[in-house]
Design a binder for this molecule. Structure first.
Ligand SMILES: Nc1ncnc2c1ncn2[C@@H]1O[C@H](COP(=O)(O)OP(=O)(O)OP(=O)(O)O)[C@@H](O)[C@H]1O
Length: 397
């Protein structure tokens, strides 16, 4: 008992006291003299639990000590897009298919999945690339201001309109207009937007003379527009005007195989900016990055890594953020069974330090035969070797 306690204390000291002490408390806080211990049965159970916890912490510590190379940063597209997962390959294929046309594109996906970056890529690959890409955030302003932002106004069009303003539609003539957060556009403006999209003309506020415009429309939203329509918050006719060529940006948790590549690219970028050289990452940290659900998607990964680069003392990336697998926040799509299975497999791999076979391996933890687990990993797109890392630095088998 005393040995177990000192072992535990040593382990916790080495881990900087970071891990949750929950299961260890009965042993750490027990009376020094085992003879003073309360009931023997409960005591034995507490000891067994604490031993299992020590074993888990030992594996965690080992994974934190085992360093793997971050790998060379992957070559991004000219617009800075990174990713080689099948899900992103589909996005690239759709980008290729539509960019050079005048087709209206609707970019769908959760916050931080890259809708803005993709809009820039579409414009940059279109014949309009030398004309402006004009950005409008449909949530950032109150309805009356959005209207004058979009269509412009004459001097004196309303109280406070002290000067003429050229609207975004006019500025985007012969170029591209990017309507970000279009799902948040107030209903009365949805009708006006629909009118411009149909007639390709609009009027400045305070001037009845119609102005013709030739702007290619890109729109983005993280809302479920079908649901918004069902709730009467989004016009069906506008939906069909926008939903001509949708591109769905998958959430990062559905393309975790891109995480090591993105991490290598972001760490390289932030380290260069900070004048640092960061080459390795603890295996356990990489496993945590892979297992975390990333509700803020690539933006959140980027922010976590920027902080980590700035605070890492040496040439190994140290991520201080806790990155607990979080419960899905309200409003997120309900996770599918396949998604849950995938996350659970990744967590088992993390807990087993990447090992599939043998006692305490991921297959053992999940109650599966190792070959069944390998089959499910293949199906879920979980790589056995981590892409983006040097060959042979994959998940251990
Ligand atoms: N495939 C990618 N490769 C590299 N960086 C990316 C990729 N996708 C997104 N990013 C980066 O992630 C951040 C968020 O991207 P972006 O602003 O385009 O997301 P968004 O979907 O438009 O978010 P929101 O809905 O909140 O406006 C940006 O810094 C962007 O450069």
């Amino acid at each position: 008992m005393r040995r177990l306690r000192s072992l535990l204390e040593a382990l916790l000291a080495e881990m900087d006291g970071a891990p949750d002490r929950g299961a260890l408390a009965p042993v750490l806080e027990a009376p020094r003299n085992a003879a003073d211990a309360p009931d023997g049965g409960a005591w034995a159970a507490a000891l067994a639990q604490a031993r299992a916890e020590v074993e888990r912490l030992r594996r965690e510590l080992e994974a934190e000590r085992t360093l793997v190379p971050l790998g060379a940063p992957p070559a991004p597209t000219p617009e800075g897009l990174i990713g080689a997962s099948p899900a992103l390959a589909e996005v690239f294929a759709r980008l290729e298919a539509v960019a050079a046309r005048d087709t209206t594109v609707l970019l769908l996906g959760e916050t931080g999945t890259g809708k803005g970056l993709l809009a820039r890529a579409i414009h940059a690959r279109s014949p309009r690339r030398d004309r402006p890409l004009v950005y409008v955030n449909c949530t950032a302003l109150p309805a009356n201001l959005i209207e004058s932002e979009l269509f412009g106004r004459e001097k004196g069009a309303f109280t406070g309109a002290s000067a003429q303003q050229i609207g975004r539609f006019e500025l985007a003539d012969k170029g591209t207009l990017f309507l970000d957060e279009v799902g948040d556009l107030p209903l009365e403006l949805q009708a006006k937007l629909l009118h411009v999209l149909q007639e390709k003309e609009f009027c400045r506020l305070g001037n009845p003379r119609p102005i013709r415009v030739d702007a290619r429309i890109l729109a983005a939203t993280n809302r479920d527009l079908q649901e918004e329509m069902a709730r009467g918050r989004f016009r069906e006719d506008l939906y069909y005007r926008l939903h001509i060529f949708p591109i769905l940006l998958p959430p990062l948790r559905q393309r975790r195989e891109d995480i090591p590549r993105l991490a290598a690219a972001f760490v390289d970028r932030f380290a260069r900016a900070a004048g640092k050289e960061i080459r390795t990452i603890p295996e356990g940290t990489l496993a945590r990055l892979m297992a975390y659900p990333w509700p803020g998607n690539i933006r959140e990964l980027e922010n976590v890594l920027e902080r980590a680069v700035l605070t890492s003392p040496g040439d190994t990336l140290r991520v201080a953020d806790r990155l607990e697998p979080a419960a899905a926040p309200e409003g997120r799509p309900f996770p599918t069974l396949a998604e849950l299975e995938r996350t659970h497999i990744l967590q088992a791999l993390e807990r087993a330090g990447g090992r599939i076979d043998g006692p305490g391996g991921a297959a053992d933890l999940l109650g599966l035969h190792p070959s069944t687990l390998r089959g499910r990993m293949r199906k879920a797109g979980i790589p056995r070797a981590r892409p983006g890392l040097a060959p042979g630095v994959g998940l251990r088998r």
